[in-house]
Design a protein around this ligand. Structure first.
Ligand code: COA
Length: 336
């Protein structure tokens, strides 16, 4: 950890999911699959999807409002907005700019999106830590929101079974009491594995030059490659983050991982030798909601009494890029 950074406090966390539920049985209307196949390989039973004109901005706005309400920080005091968005409704204006306007955050405050796919929330936390640590900003809103269901290929049964829509938000602030809630954090990328999960933006060259290859705007995924990469990389990596925090796995109360596949979550659980109560999983009901999955799991875990605040957790995520990241954090009372 870099020394002499100003300490960061996680002040509020919130989430939002759409109302429409698509069960595994519903998916059998789209292609040849079964609840049994999907559930045994992924742990997913159902997922939420946006319907009509609802989109990631609507979900992100609600999640942000919930996080801000818990934080006790006034909207007019938010001085930076960062969105982790990989499947937003528009490439620009940025999702963060839309959320700034919807919430009435002062209209001079910087707002930008960053794309680190499902690792986005951890990446955003790392960026916010740098900004707060350097004293550049004081109260930062982080929003992770994606409408994946608009971008998956609903004819591809290998990938569309996995994803759902949702949003999560963190409000982070300079810790007045000097206690840093980030005990360790690290983010990584290996762009040479970009072909494992990708989404092109289709376009055509200027008609006066040779045409480019045509592409679609759909999520393409090599599930088996992703799976192998994650189960061989993440368990060792988590060990390192715990060590960086100067702790052991036993010292940490919860593992709150990105919800991509129940078997991947179990691989991490085994490595940490954690009983089920220490591992927060809600993939069964939401599928993979990208960067939003960690805050959704955290807040829902608190609501359901599975996560007690005044505790510590290891958050870890991975996604297209390939990107990955982990943080050992303090979860103070009252943050959600
Ligand atoms: N229903 C029924 N059969 C299916 C199916 C479905 N929804 N999807 C794929 N199949 C079939 C395939 O066609 C293939 O059949 P074949 O052997 O006759 O060709 C067979 O099942 C095995 O396919 P494969 O893709 O190798 O399955 P898998 O065991 O690797 O499971 C995933 C697929 C997607 C569940 C799994 O690879 C996974 O979860 N990977 C991680 C993906 C991930 O986490 N992505 C997000 C990262 S942020």
């Amino acid at each position: 950890m870099i020394k002499n950074l100003r300490p960061l406090r996680i002040a509020g966390v919130g989430y939002s999911v759409p109302d429409a539920i698509i069960t595994n049985d519903d998916l059998t209307k789209l292609y040849d699959t079964s609840d049994e196949w999907i559930y045994t390989r992924t742990g997913i039973k159902e997922r939420r999807v946006v319907s009509g004109n609802e989109n990631a901005v609507d979900l992100g706005e609600k999640a942000a409002r919930n996080a801000i309400a818990k934080s006790g920080i006034k909207i007019e005091d938010i001085d930076c907005v960062i969105a982790a968005a990989s499947a937003p409704p528009q490439l620009y204006p940025a999702l963060s700019c839309n959320i700034q306007t919807r919430l009435g955050i002062p209209n001079y405050v910087p707002a930008f999106d960053m794309t680190a796919a499902c690792s986005g929330l951890i990446y955003a936390l790392q960026v916010a830590r740098g900004l707060i640590g350097a004293g550049l900003y004081k109260n930062i809103l982080l929003v992770a929101s994606d409408n994946n269901s608009r971008l998956v290929d609903w004819e591809d049964r290998g990938s569309s079974i996995l994803f759902g829509d949702g949003a999560g938000a963190f409000v982070v602030t300079e810790a007045e009491d000097g206690v840093d809630d980030i005990l360790s954090i690290d983010v990584r990328a290996d762009g040479s594995l970009g072909q494992y999960i990708y989404m092109n933006i289709p376009g055509k060259n200027c008609p006066l030059v040779d045409p480019c290859d045509e592409t679609d705007a759909k999520i393409h995924m090599s599930g088996r490659d992703v799976y192998k990469f994650v189960v061989t990389t993440l368990p060792n990596y988590i060990d390192k983050c715990i060590e960086d925090a100067g702790m052991t796995a036993e010292d940490i109360d919860y593992l709150i991982p990105h919800q991509a596949n129940q078997r991947i979550i179990e691989a991490m659980q085994q490595r940490l030798n954690y009983p089920d109560e220490k591992v927060i999983s809600n993939i069964k009901y939401y599928g993979n909601t990208s960067a939003a999955s960690i805050p959704i799991a955290l807040v829902e875990g608190v609501e359901q009494g599975k996560v007690k605040l005044g505790s510590t957790a290891i958050l870890c995520g991975f996604g297209a890029g390939m990107t990955w990241g982990a943080a050992v954090v303090r979860l103070r009372d009252g943050i959600c």
